[in-house]
Design a protein around this ligand. Structure first.
Ligand code: ADP
Ligand code: MG
Length: 254
């Protein structure tokens, strides 16, 4: 469903910084993949290349057999609107709009009738447990409700691929759990393929697979075999293995 081939990203500047150094990745239809790694390892950069928010220095991103980076600007914009959904750490809701108006925002761009927008929003709100707050504005609701609103907005047009960057990064543990259960439900019931960057092992334990990136390279990957507690422990072990593996210390070992 998603393929990343030899993806390289170097930010040009006074000093050119290689951030991704040839990432290969294949994600199957309906898979929920987590991306972890130390701060600055290139997680957001990878997600932004897949999201077509930024373009690679070399290598390709193939989504449903198509390389969006070869599309012209207007074709790319419509590809992004049709095929992709985005969720961010900071929710990115418009606070002058109500929850319902935020949710239907992507449909207003597609010229969908007001009646259909309303009924789609109501159905989705019901599923996500945010019906009671549909008429509220974003400053009147909790962080968890904001993120569930942002998720509703991200999936109202039924994207094939949902991309999330630290979706629980600004949330307490109870709200994180609500948000992860929401994402899990969307993944399982709609079969939406998902890629989520997170530093939170609890959030990552909801994934089918977690890949670890270090210094712009794929370092490790582990698969969820069905027990979330076991997977959580495996993620913790992988994280501590990765942070213990500092090459600068290897020279002092005897
Ligand atoms: P992560 O999400 O894993 O914390 P990022 O992908 O945001 O890491 O960043 C990886 C590296 O690339 C960092 O060293 C960061 O400073 C650098 N970087 C990110 N975005 C840019 C940019 N637009 N221009 C220059 N350097 C950038
Ligand atoms: Mg990041």
């Amino acid at each position: 469903m998603l393929k990343v081939n030899k993806l390289v990203k170097t930010y040009e500047g006074k000093v050119a910084t290689p951030v991704l150094k040839g990432i290969n990745l294949a994600v199957r239809q309906g898979e929920f993949v987590g991306v972890m790694g130390p701060s600055g390892s290139g997680k957001t950069t990878l997600l932004n290349m897949v999201a077509t928010i930024d373009s690679p220095s070399s290598g390709e991103v193939i989504i449903n057999g198509m390389n969006p980076h070869t599309l012209k600007k207007d074709k790319l914009a419509s590809f992004r609107r049709r095929e992709l959904g985005f969720v961010f750490q900071s929710f990115n809701l418009l606070n002058t709009l109500t929850v319902e108006e935020n949710i239907v925002l992507p449909l207003t761009l597609e010229g969908v009738s007001v009646r259909k927008m309303r009924s789609d929003a109501r159905l989705l709100a019901d599923r996500l447990g945010i019906t009671p707050i549909l008429d509220k504005r974003s400053y009147e609701i909790s962080g968890g409700q904001m993120q569930r609103t942002a998720i509703a907005r991200a999936i109202i047009h039924r994207p094939k691929l949902l991309l999330a960057d630290e979706p629980t990064g600004n949330l307490d543990s109870k709200s994180s759990k609500d948000v992860m259960e929401t994402l899990e439900n969307i993944n399982k019931s709609d079969g939406t393929t998902m890629m989520m960057v997170t530093h939170d092992a609890f959030a990552a334990s909801y994934c089918d697979r977690v890949i670890f990136i270090k210094d712009g390279e794929l370092y490790h990957e582990i698969f969820n075999t069905g027990n979330r507690q076991v997977f959580f422990q495996q993620i913790m072990d992988a994280l501590s293995m990765m942070s213990a593996d500092h090459s600068e210390f290897s020279t002092v070992r005897v």
